[in-house]
Design a protein. Structure first.
Length: 276
């Protein structure tokens, strides 16, 4: 199975971002991708909550989702929208950071709302409080397209190994980690974390990423790390997109999952213990 990871450099304008995203998806399909993946915040990256409230939509009204569903059906491919910022009907008014898997018929096959919120102080100038605008999800999600079982996660989730172990023990063979990883933490931790999750679970890890400096009409902008990665179940980097927007392709053979888990069957070696 050929996967196509789309690396984007979106702005805070969903309407301007959409044609670029569609073109990249089409390029991936033209190169033979059967499973196309876009990064976190596919519709827009914005640091301005007021602007987000103006441009984001509820799932049923989101133009990016509608267009990508149509494209998946037209191309006959599985498409993971890494995530969309979406309005919710929650009483507190917070948004959802939602990853959506689209089938080759254009139907929504699975939804996952990011569980772990990026509330961190990376530096004096890089401070994030995702939970101020987005509410966390509470349900782990896997999906079963014909080519294998997918465990769906988003970005900061990658720092919480128990989620990935749970997904793998529930049958996941491919773990998706769409991201808009900060450039500072990305340089230090991105590859290490993804390789660790692959090694621990014996899964393929597919991590499409945002890249570069993201301009905002209504905010200061931010920088992301890029380097979309495909990691094998043995923890090897099969593909690295570097820092340019575009499409990165990789062929996956799920027999590699079986072989890695046979060599190191740690998913079956859990033990109860006491303390501390």
């Amino acid at each position: 199975m050929r996967a196509g990871l789309v690396q984007l450099n979106v702005t805070d304008d969903p309407a301007a971002n959409l044609p670029v995203t569609l073109a990249a998806v089409q390029n991936a399909v033209a190169e033979g991708a059967e499973f196309v993946l876009t990064p976190e915040c596919t519709n827009a990256l914005s640091s301005n909550r007021s602007h987000q409230r103006t441009v984001l939509r509820h799932e049923e009204d989101d133009e990016t989702l509608a267009a990508l569903r149509e494209q998946a059906a037209k191309s006959g491919v599985w498409l993971l929208i890494g995530s969309l910022g979406l309005l919710t009907h929650d009483a507190d008014g917070r948004f959802a950071n939602r990853s959506i898997l689209i089938s080759p018929t254009g139907d929504i096959a699975a939804r996952y709302d990011k569980i772990h919120m990026f509330d961190v102080d990376v530096s004096e100038t890089e401070v994030y409080r995702e939970s101020a605008g987005y509410r966390p999800g509470h349900q782990a999600v896997s999906a079963e397209p014909p080519f294998g079982t997918i465990g769906m996660t988003v970005c900061y989730d990658v720092r919480f190994p128990y989620l990935y172990r749970r997904l793998a023990k529930a049958g996941a063979q491919i773990l998706t980690v769409p991201a808009a990883f900060n450039h500072i933490t990305g340089a230090a931790h991105w590859e290490v974390l993804l390789r660790a999750r692959a090694i621990e679970t014996g899964c393929f890890v597919l991590a499409p990423a945002q890249t570069g400096f993201h301009t905002e009409q209504h905010g200061k902008g931010r920088r992301t790390f890029g380097h979309s990665l495909v990691i094998t179940p043995w923890g090897e980097v099969r593909a690295n997109a570097g820092t340019a927007p575009g499409v990165t392709l990789a062929d996956l053979d799920l027999a590699e999952v079986t072989r890695a888990r046979a060599r190191i069957p740690s998913l079956h070696h859990d033990r109860e213990f006491t303390g501390p």
